[in-house]
Each structure stands twice: as C-alpha cells, then as structure tokens.
Design a protein around this ligand. Structure first.
Ligand code: NAD
Ligand code: IPM
Ligand code: MN
Length: 396
C-alpha cells in the first residue's frame, strides 16, 4: 500500500477533540483507496500541488488502500506544560520529516498572560515559519445544506464559493522592529512593523493567480494602498504580475471596503489574495457566510516540503472539553491534506462526500443547528461521518 507519515498536532482545547475525529476519518477514507499513484507525490512543485489531479497519473497496482503512519507531538499550551516551550525541537523536526501535518488549534486562558516567547500562539507562528508555509488557502464555501445556518439572507449566502489566499509567513506578524519600549515622552509603547519584500509579494501573488486560474478566473487583491507603503508595493507588484496571467480578471480593493463587500454581496468574489493580517480577519468574516467558523478548513503550502493543514478556528476555550465542537472544519482540512499535501484527490473527495452526506442526514453540532435538524456532539458527529464514508466518492 501507499504509505504516508502524518504528524498530528492536536494542541489545546477543542483542537484535541476535533483532531481525534479527523484522524479516524482520514484512516477510514484511506483504507478504501484502491489506486496507486506511480509518482512520488510529496515532493512535486507548488504549481502541480494546486492542480494535483491534472498532473498525477494513476495506475491500478494494488487494492490495499492508503496507510497512514501517525505521529502525535505537542505544540502550544500542552507543549508549554509538558516541555516548557510552545514549539519543542522534536515537534518541528517531526513535522519536517513527515509528508503532511494536521493541526487542531492552540491557545487558552491559562497561557494568555505569558510573555511573548512563551505564548502558545508563538509556537504556531514558529511552526509556520519553520515549515516555510507561506501560502494559506482558506476556502469559504456555502454548502446548500447549511444555507439556513448563515446569519445572512438566503439569497445573499446561497452559492457563495470564495478562496482566500492569505500570505502566512510575513507581514506584521513577523516584521522587525517590534517590541515594547518608550517614546520621546517616556510613555510605554508597543510596536510592530508591517513589511513585505518583492519576492514575498511575488510568490504569494503567483500562487493566487494560479489558484484563480483553476477556479473562475477572477482575482481580487485586498490591501490598504491608500495609506500603507507595504500595501503600495503589494499593489504595484500584483499589477505588474497580472501581465503574466492575461486570462485572469484582476481587481484591487481596500480592506475596509472588502470587509463590507463580503457581507453586502459575497458572490462578487472568486479568489481573494491578501496579506497575513487582513487574511486572518477576512477569513473569519467569510466563515460566517458559510454558517460557522466550525466549517472552515485550510491548507498551508510551501515551495517544497510538507504542508500544514488546520481549521481556521481556534481552541474555543468557551466550549472545550464539553463535546460541543464542530469537527467538520478539521475533517475538511484532512481532505485538503489529501488533495494538496499528498495528491490523493480521490480520497479527498471521499471525505468531502461523507461530510455532505452527514449533513444531508440532518446531523448538526450546536454552531450549525437549525430547526428540523438533529443536534449532536463532536464525537457523535465524527461517528456519523465515519458511517457516511463510502467506497465510492461523489462530489459535495
Ligand atoms: P476561537 O476560534 O477559538 O473561538 C471563537 C468562537 O467560535 C467561540 O465562541 C468558539 O466557541 C466558536 N468556535 C470556534 N471553533 C468552533 C468549532 N469548531 N465548533 C463550534 N464553535 C466553534 O477564537 P478565540 O476565542 O478568539 O480564541 C481562543 C484561543 O484560540 C486563543 O488562545 C487564540 O489565540 C487561539 N486561536 C488559535 C488558532 C489556531 O490554533 N490556529 C486560531 C484562532 C485562535
Ligand atoms: C489563525 C489564528 C492565528 C493567526 C493565531 C492564533 C496566531 O488566528 O490561525 O487564524 O493569527 O494566524
Ligand atoms: Mn485567525
């Protein structure tokens, strides 16, 4: 059988609950795979990752299924408690040596007051930087089954299908100088730097143009070029690169307007490309079009090496340990892991079909519950997805 090494990073809070579900779904979906790829999958180029099913030829060689070798290592608060740092060396090494990484979420009240270098969030940022996963794909797709879960009117939400391409290893999250200090009046200050280089802008823009090409050919670049120099350079480079992609319709929008337009008329968007912090905020906003942040998966990819797959939500300390979390964002992240990380398109579709079928049967966690559906917890939702994993894959 084909065999992959998967690093599991459950992390904190509901991260542990949702990764446990996604791991079981991944294993079962893989076991149904009967087709073996004749290519080494985890080392192909970014462009082919994005168009994986086009670039990989399949030959029928075995019926033994995909085998996953899971290795679970600590990150975030749980790593702070057990090892004393938010990203132990062993964790980064395990992640780098694997074929793909599946993460739950990190963070929690217990560590909120920690110094910067001892925050769970710092561990996650170090992991993203360490893996070089600069391109974060966050799809916001309104499933027909969940139109009623959106807080927006049906006619606004119905049919929305947006891909947010978020730059993930640069910008204000990583820019220097940063820190605490004093101003000329002796007052305490905290400061950060929004900074982008031309190579950083170019590589994320190219990914976004390629992603748009596989979708509906429309790319919106979101910035704050009316105020910020880093955004002025961003807009200049995206505009320059557009000539390499004459088939893509490109337009630019200021982030404040984009935040408004996402709620006013989300169907005007196909692919959105933006910097690290705007992408963080806009993807949480876009999640509410789909019904819940508990539905949104993501894939983070690098130039070479393993990808990182995680739901866009956090550790949800308000519901952690109560079996209330929606595991579907993480289950769908496992599907993205198969698609973008391993080139296993069939198994990815099998998982997405199982999610659709579970929703068709009416099962809902609290965050997506509506009249006439069946309220279930995280574990039960996982069992229902497992029951719905079928040996044949159909579209969502
Ligand atoms: P959050 O995403 O954890 O939660 C926001 C709200 O959404 C909460 O009410 C929560 O209950 C709900 N929610 C989130 N995921 C859900 C799910 N799967 N099912 C049902 N409801 C869900 O954001 P927050 O409260 O701002 O942050 C909590 C902690 O998580 C903080 O420590 C933060 O730094 C961290 N965080 C981590 C990540 C990550 O690991 N990638 C992402 C965001 C926040
Ligand atoms: C996310 C989170 C992280 C981010 C935090 C926890 C560092 O909000 O994954 O969206 O801001 O990127
Ligand atoms: Mn976020």
């Amino acid at each position: 059988p084909r065999s992959y090494r998967i690093t599991l990073l459950p992390g904190d809070g509901i991260g542990r609950e949702v990764v446990s579900v996604a791991k079981d779904v991944l294993s079962l979906a893989g076991s149904f795979e009967g087709v073996k790829s004749n290519e080494k999958i985890h080392s192909f180029s970014l462009a082919s990752m994005i168009s994986s099913n086009k670039c990989i030829s399949f030959v029928l060689l075995s019926y033994a299924g995909i085998e996953f070798r899971f290795r679970e290592v600590p990150i975030g608060g749980s790593a702070l408690d057990s090892v004393g740092v938010p990203l132990p060396e062993e964790t980064l090494t395990a992640a780098k040596e694997s074929d793909a990484v599946l993460l739950g979420a990190i963070g929690g009240y217990k560590w909120d007051a920690n110094e910067k270098h001892l925050k769970p969030e710092t561990g996650l940022l170090q992991l993203r930087a360490g893996l070089g996963v600069f391109a974060n794909l966050r799809p916001a797709t309104v499933l027909s089954q969940l139109v009623d879960s959106s807080t927006l009117k049906k006619e606004v939400a119905e049919g929305v299908d947006i891909m947010v391409v978020r730059e993930l290893t640069g910008g204000i999250y990583f820019g220097n100088p940063r820190g605490f200090g004093y101003n000329e009046r002796g007052e305490d200050i905290g400061f950060n730097t929004e900074i982008y280089s031309v190579p950083e802008i170019d590589r994320i823009a190219r990914v976004a143009f390629e992603v748009a090409r596989k979708r509906r050919g429309k790319l919106c670049s979101v910035d704050k070029a009316n105020v910020l120099e880093a955004s002025m350079l961003w807009r200049k480079r995206v505009t320059a690169l557009a000539s390499e992609f004459p088939d893509i319709e490109i337009f630019h929008m200021y982030v404040d307007n984009a935040a408004m337009q996402l709620i006013r008329n989300p169907k005007q968007f196909d692919t959105i490309v933006t910097n690290n912090i705007f992408g963080d905020i806009l993807s949480d906003e876009a999640s509410m079009l789909t019904g819940s942040i508990g539905m949104l998966p993501s894939a983070s990819i690098s130039e070479s090496g393993p990808g990182l797959f995680e739901p866009i939500h956090g550790s949800a300390p308000d519901i952690a340990g109560q079996d209330k979390a929606n595991p579907l964002a993480t289950v769908l992240s496992a599907a993205m892991l198969l698609r973008y990380g391993l080139g296993e398109e069939q198994a990815a579709k099998r998982i997405e079909a199982a999610v659709a079928s579970t929703l068709n049967k009416g099962f809902r966690t609290g965050d997506i519950f509506s009249d006439g559906t069946t309220l279930v917890g995280c574990k039960r939702m996982g069992e229902e997805v497992l029951n719905s994993v079928d040996s044949h894959a159909t579209a969502m």
